[in-house]
Design a protein around this ligand. Structure first.
Ligand SMILES: C[S@@+](CC[C@H](N)C(=O)[O-])C[C@H]1O[C@@H](n2cnc3c(N)ncnc32)[C@H](O)[C@@H]1O
Ligand code: SF4
Length: 375
């Protein structure tokens, strides 16, 4: 497929710090069209996979690094990617903008921990133009909250309205045991700062057998008491972590059944196109989500794809198949090869995933960690 006149000219001043200050070219020069032309690309066909699902949601892992080492996510001693393999912030902007030009309406930056990537605010700042122009409905992030106190105000200023914060327990010792390196007071201060800045927070908690399974009522009352939704997540078999998944795996069907003994859980029709199903807790009035990739198939409404910090596009969180977008991104100033690679990849988006955790499948279903693909 040909996309003529879609040339990319790197920002006049190179370097990540310059990203937020880019001077966009006025007028269209066929040979040297700036990234602005991606933003204004009129009439490009929206991405649709072979099963007719529109791709409107892109999750981008901006780094594989993290200041925590959560037991279900990473091994204690991880080797991270060499920095040279990572897409620069400018490349990430160009990649995101290419997807926005093709119909993506929601962007979530994740990781690893997105807020430990140096200069990350310049990427938020530069992507905020897509909100201002109306090409994007939402710019958001998933974070462990450790740096939120520092960045909450800036995120708000860059158009972020909602933030997902991962927090599995309110017990400081357990928190340290789960995250290995994290500090609960820092995360709670981050949540306070984010709420004070006017950001809406959703809490994500991974359900871990024998670790936080007795804490869900407390988490519900705390989150809902502060006006935050809570979503519980089943452990997914991603990456070698040095511990058996069977020991961690707690089916949310069981959690839900137990919670129903204490609360009235009313099904609500709130859907995100993702694996979460929501109920309203009658006693608190708050929303409670269940992300159950293992016990419930959510693929039929899947509207999302994921890009890693090295520019690898995964069409499905639960499949190995991927496409390299860094090569076409770096090969040419023209966006044609990039669009062609994206189109080709989306035409291979599978119908669904094959996660299995059982006694016959002790190995991770996928070798890559969640911190690589982005949660
Ligand atoms: C990979 S993290 C990246 C963003 C950020 N560092 C954070 O923790 O929110 C995104 C989400 O994935 C979840 N996660 C990580 N590994 C997981 C696994 N194996 N199964 C289920 N959820 C996982 C985390 O709890 C977090 O909510
Ligand atoms: S879940 Fe998030 S905070 Fe925890 S190790 Fe993974 S990337 Fe870091």
């Amino acid at each position: 497929m040909a996309y003529t006149h879609m040339m990319y000219r790197p920002a006049p001043a190179r370097g990540e710090a310059a990203l937020g200050k880019r001077v966009l070219a006025g007028g269209v020069d066929v040979e040297h069209v700036s990234i602005q032309d991606l933003d204004e690309a009129p009439g490009l066909p929206a991405l649709r996979d072979p099963f007719g699902r529109a791709i409107s949601y892109l999750r981008v892992s901006v780094t594989d690094r993290c200041d925590f080492r959560c037991v279900y996510c990473m091994a204690e001693h991880m080797s991270f990617l060499p920095k040279a393999d990572l897409l620069s912030l400018e490349e990430l902007d160009r990649l995101c903008s290419a997807f926005v030009a093709r119909g993506v309406r929601k962007l979530r930056l994740t990781g690893g921990e997105p807020l430990v990537r140096r200069g990350i605010m310049t990427l938020f700042s530069s992507l905020s133009r897509q909100l201002a122009s109306g090409h994007l409905d939402e710019l958001t992030l998933t974070t462990n909250g450790s740096q939120l106190a520092k960045y909450a105000e800036e995120l708000k200023a860059h158009g972020v309205r909602r933030v997902n914060v991962s927090l599995d327990t309110l017990d400081a010792d357990k928190f340290r045991a789960i995250t290995r390196w994290g500090s609960l007071p820092d995360v709670l201060a981050g949540i306070d700062a984010a709420q004070a800045a006017g950001l809406k927070i959703k809490i994500n908690a991974v359900a871990l057998k024998g670790v936080n399974e007795d804490e869900f009522p407390r988490l519900i009352e705390w989150a809902h008491g502060r006006g935050m939704d809570l979503t519980l997540i089943e452990v997914m078999p991603l990456g070698e972590i040095g511990e058996g998944r069977l020991e961690q795996y707690l089916p949310l069907s069981l959690v839900r059944a137990r919670l129903s003994e204490h609360y009235r859980l009313d099904d609500i029709d709130y859907r995100t196109g993702g694996p979460a199903r929501y109920v309203r807790v009658a006693e608190t009035g708050g929303q409670l989500g269940f992300i159950t990739p293992l016990t419930h198939n959510f693929c039929e409404s899947c509207n999302r794809v994921r890009v890693t910090c090295t520019g690898t596009l995964y069409m499905c969180l639960g499949q190995e198949d991927a496409a390299d977008l860094r090569k076409p991104l770096r090969a040419s100033e023209s966006n044609d090869p990039l669009f062609a690679a994206i189109d080709e990849a989306i035409s291979r988006k599978p119908k669904g995933h094959d996660f299995i955790i059982d006694r016959r499948h002790q190995r991770p279903a996928l070798a890559r960690h969640m911190s690589v693909t982005g949660g």
